[in-house]
Design a protein around this ligand. Structure first.
Ligand SMILES: [Fe+2]
Length: 336
């Protein structure tokens, strides 16, 4: 396998366009992101971790317009800027500064690779408490530390990129940015339904996935969801109640994923992009052996199945054709 051009360090931020930025800001606030800075054209949101903003909101069509990764060094940016189609190294004229090289992936998504952004001071994290579980008694004479209200988003964790050809899109990210396969979900004919990729940080343990490359039922192209780590299970549940009371659109959860291990909860924003809260991810490193999972084995540890609002971003005749193909593959691989 070819050596990647660089190996990125982490997912840095997304740029999101919403037709009504004020309504979007209200949703993001209820979701648990906090405003770090405002400029003439954008609002920069952050989590509680000591990091630069992870979410840049502007007026737009209701899509993710760019995804950004952080590089280890300025030399990495110089190397990337030599690639065909890459921008020169530019200064990021944004609140936390830094430098950027811009690329465009094969489906037209803007990919920014940044270095040198200044980290913000951490904010108070979610409260937490010891548990009296598994026969152990760790909270003696104490009470649960739980705050009612929005979850405490710590940081951006991963996103899922939908396209008609996840295999070749994964290859593009692997060759340039070093993303590497953790696990894949495949149909009996080998076609991928989902490729879970992670950062390649050798022996360092990282989240099971940072980008999921998913086959789009409508064969369109989009960031299907963006996922954020929250404090803990109580924090996730408090946030769930908060969003429910505000009549936000719940599309999947609560459950625990088979691939990745997270306890998850998915909400559709008023501008259409799905946002996920999760806690308790699997961590893997280079010793993890990637496996192919049949579509019929894709059963979460617990929790309900996804709603149509999670599965279908846009309805066209391809959705019916591809859904039938998936159902057939599911029964074939279950029988096999
Ligand atoms: Fe996710």
């Amino acid at each position: 396998m070819s050596e990647p051009v660089i190996r990125v360090k982490k997912l840095a931020y997304v740029r999101v366009g919403a037709p009504d930025p004020a309504a979007a800001e209200l949703f993001l606030n209820e979701f648990g992101l906090q405003v770090a800075a405002r400029t003439d054209h954008a609002i920069h949101f952050r989590g509680t971790d000591a990091e630069a903003p992870c979410y840049v909101l502007s007026e737009g069509a209701g899509t993710v317009t760019a995804i950004a990764f952080e590089a280890d060094s300025a030399e990495n940016l110089a190397t990337l800027s030599q690639l065909e189609g890459a921008s020169a190294i530019e200064t990021l004229a944004e609140p936390c500064g830094g430098q950027v090289v811009r690329l465009t992936d094969p489906v037209g998504m803007q990919v920014e690779v940044v270095h040198g952004r200044a980290a913000l001071e951490p904010l108070p994290p979610s409260p937490s408490h010891p548990f009296n579980m598994n026969g152990e008694r760790a909270r003696i004479g104490g009470f649960p530390a739980v705050e009612r209200g929005p979850s405490h988003v710590r940081r951006i964790g991963h996103l899922v990129l939908e396209s008609p050809d996840p295999e070749s899109l994964y290859q593009w990210y692997h060759e340039r940015l070093g993303l590497t396969i953790s696990d894949a979900v495949r149909l009996p004919d080998g076609a991928p339904q989902m490729i879970f990729s992670r950062l390649d940080r050798a022996q360092e343990f990282v989240d099971h996935h940072v980008v999921g490359f998913q086959f789009a039922l409508d064969e369109g192209v989009r960031v299907q969801h963006i996922a954020f780590e929250v404090g803990n299970l109580d924090d996730l549940m408090s946030g769930h109640d908060h969003l429910k009371r505000r009549k936000r659109k719940h599309v999947w959860g609560i459950g625990r994923h088979l691939l990745g291990g997270q306890i998850f909860d998915y909400w559709k924003s008023p501008f259409g992009v799905i946002h996920e809260h999760w806690t308790d991810t699997d961590l893997v490193n280079e010793s993890h052996e990637a496996k192919d999972c049949g579509i019929a084995e894709m059963e979460d540890y617990w929790g309900p199945g996804p709603s149509p609002g999670f599965l279908i971003a846009r309805f066209n005749f391809k959705v019916i054709r591809n859904a039938l193909r998936l159902l057939k593959a599911r029964s074939q691989s279950a029988a096999g």
